[in-house]
Each structure stands twice: as C-alpha cells, then as structure tokens.
Design a protein around this ligand. Structure first.
Ligand SMILES: NC(=O)c1ccc[n+]([C@@H]2O[C@H](COP(=O)([O-])OP(=O)(O)OC[C@H]3O[C@@H](n4cnc5c(N)ncnc54)[C@H](O)[C@@H]3O)[C@@H](O)[C@H]2O)c1
Ligand SMILES: [Zn+2]
Length: 335
C-alpha cells in the first residue's frame, strides 16, 4: 500500500487537531451512527480519501456527526491498527466483564490452574459445560465491518484481546490473538497444541452424563457456575500424558514476548490506532494505547462506558461497536 505519510497533504499531518473535541470527551453516537454522514465524509478508500474533510462536515451536523466523520476520515487515510476487546463480541452473545451492571466474576488465574489437578478438574468440568454455547457464537456486524476495512486496505493489522476466534470467522486475515484462542488446547508439559473440539469429544465420552440437567449461565471465559465437579474425568495429553490447558492467557499469566514485540512494532508502523469494545483495564492491551499516544498518532476509542484511556489525548466515541463500525465501513464503501 502507498505510504500515506509521504502522500498526505499537510492538513492531515495532525488530524486530531482539526475537530474541536476535547480529549476523551465522550460522544454518544448510538443513534447518530445511523444518521447519514455529510457528503464530505463519504470519501472512497484510496488516494482520494486523503483529502481533508470540508469544514461543513465538522460543524454543521453537530459534534456527534463530526466525531464520526473524524473517525471515518482518519480510518480512510489507512494504515490503521485495530485493538479489540470483549465489548466487540457482546452483540454475538458472549458476555464481557465490565459492561455496566455485569455481575462480579472471579475467573481462574494462571497460578490457580497450575496449582494442581483439583483446580484443573474444576476448571475443565465447568468449562466443558460452557464450551458448547461459546463455540456456537457467530460474528456480528462489528466483526464484519472490521474484516471489510481490512479487505479495503485501510486496516493493516488487528490485535484482539478476545479468545473467541470471531474475527477469523468474520473474514479478518491479519489477526494477532493476544490472549490466545479458546478453541485450542496446549499441553503444559510437551507444549503440543491440539483442537478443543477434539478434546470436547473425548471429555463427552469420558463423562457422558455430566451436568446433563444443569441450567447453566456461561461466563465470559466459557466458565459456568457449577459446583459438583469432583467426579469429572479430565483427559491427559495424548502424546505425553501431561496436563492440558486451554491455549489462552489466564489472568495472572503473561503474553509471549515475540507476540508483544510484534504488536509494539505494529504500533510503530501505524498511522492510527482504533480501539473497539475494551475498557482497557487489562495492561496487556492498554500498553499499546500508551505507546500510540507517545508516538502522537491518533487514537480512536469506540466503547460504551469508561476506559482507562479516558484521561489521555484520544478521540472517544461512547457508542456501540456494531452500529459505529458499520457506519464507518459503509461510509468508506467497504461493506
Ligand atoms: N469474547 C471474548 O473472547 C472475551 C470475553 C470476555 C473477556 N475476555 C477476556 O477478558 C479480558 C477483558 O478485557 P476487555 O477490555 O476486553 O473487556 P472488558 O470487559 O474489560 O471491557 C469491555 C468494554 O466494552 C464495553 N461494551 C460492551 N458491549 C459493547 C458494545 N456492544 N459496544 C461498545 N462497547 C461495549 C463495556 O462497557 C466495557 O467497557 C480480555 O483480556 C479478554 O481476553 C474475552
Ligand atoms: Zn504433552
């Protein structure tokens, strides 16, 4: 793709300076996202998209439309790095941890999982009951809009904190699964990666009647409230008989250094960072926002409710991911 830094007109050098939004001023755009953008904001993807917005796009339609137009304009300029969180998948029926009113959760930590067979039995028994519903989730319009923006050449890389695999199912190709994938299993002893679906089959055969009558509510990590787990039989690694763990980073665990390095390099290469559906409470994602701010590239945050970045110089849209991303992709004729 062309180097927009050399090709951009001077007016785009500091896109954040063009609209008088105070840093992180929340702009409710749920309804606004469905309102038509001003014609100036309907720029096609490609070189023409580098043109600055007309002044009318910034002021006449009100601050909300101006904010959406600003986001659209910055995304249109290309080389966008995307960071997504659990809020992107709530419209697919997978709960998050920090939506207003979300029940308090205490997911298993890395240390607890590694503490011994009893903790692992509890995890796998509960997770076995939750897996089916997690596995049935399908991508929503937000996932599809981001895939379309990648297809259109404006999104270079997508980092997701989610473990649900829905970006791939929606068609995104360049995805970093920062916290791993719930549909994979790793052996803690030999490191072999295998399929969760195959493990699910083995578990079902070993525990044919387990939780058959349980009416379970699935938690964000696929866990469920179910206390009678002592009889659950946990399969071992087929290769070395070692202990199996879902291939995800639990709370208290850490992301492999090469993965972190790749993400920092992506921030260095990006012209803008677009965050969607994350409270940024977890440092492993927030550090990329801080790095982007340090580089003075625009940081656009689409999230309902507060985020850890709200005091930083960002553009914040307090809005639903699905309608907002759909509006951006539609305006860029990517959908
Ligand atoms: N789907 C998943 O794979 C999944 C689900 C839950 C948690 N997790 C894990 O837990 C951690 C949680 O951190 P996080 O920051 O990703 O999530 P989080 O729960 O801390 O934050 C989600 C944010 O999204 C907002 N939100 C919810 N629905 C929204 C919508 N439709 N549109 C816009 N905003 C919406 C919430 O108000 C909240 O502020 C992550 O590391 C992730 O790995 C993963
Ligand atoms: Zn093994």
């Amino acid at each position: 793709m062309t180097d927009v830094r050399s090709g951009a007109p001077p007016a785009l050098a500091d896109p954040m300076a063009r609209v008088p939004l105070s840093p992180a001023k929340p702009v409710p755009v749920d309804q606004m996202a469905c309102a038509p953008l001003s014609p100036a904001a309907r720029v096609p993807v490609g070189p023409a998209a580098r043109a600055p917005l007309s002044p009318s796009a910034r002021t006449d339609a009100g601050p909300e439309a101006a904010a959406l137009a600003l986001v659209t304009d910055i995304v249109a300029a290309g080389r966008v790095l995307v960071l997504t969180g659990a809020g992107l998948s709530t419209d697919s029926g997978i709960p998050d941890y920090r939506s207003p009113g979300a029940p308090p959760r205490s997911p298993m930590t890395e240390q607890e999982f590694r503490s011994g067979p009893v903790a692992r039995q509890r995890y796998w028994a509960r997770s076995h009951l939750g897996w089916q519903r997690m596995g049935e989730a399908t991508p929503n319009g937000g996932h599809r809009a981001l895939a379309a923006l990648e297809q259109a050449g404006v999104v270079d890389l997508l980092i997701t904190q989610n473990v649900d695999g829905l970006h791939g199912k929606a068609g995104s190709r360049t995805v970093v699964d920062l916290h791993g994938r719930i549909d994979e299993v790793v052996c803690l002893d030999c490191g072999q990666i295998s399929s969760r679906a195959a493990l699910h089959e083995r578990m079902s055969r070993l525990n044919p009647d387990f939780g058959a009558d349980a009416d379970v509510v699935v938690a964000p990590d696929g866990d469920v409230e179910f206390s009678d787990t002592a009889a659950f039989r946990v399969p071992a690694c087929r290769r070395c008989a070692g202990a199996l763990k879902p291939n995800v980073v639990f709370f208290g665990g850490s992301v492999a250094r090469p993965v972190v390095d790749r993400c920092f390099a992506a921030v260095d290469d990006a012209e803008a960072l677009l965050v969607a559906g994350s409270s940024l409470t977890v440092m492993s994602g927030f550090r990329f926002v801080r790095h982007a701010v340090k580089r003075s590239i625009p940081v656009l945050v689409i999230n309902r409710g507060p985020t850890r970045a709200d005091d930083l110089p960002i553009v914040k849209l307090d809005a639903g991911c699905t309608p907002t991303l759909t509006a951006v992709a539609t305006a860029l004729q990517a959908l």
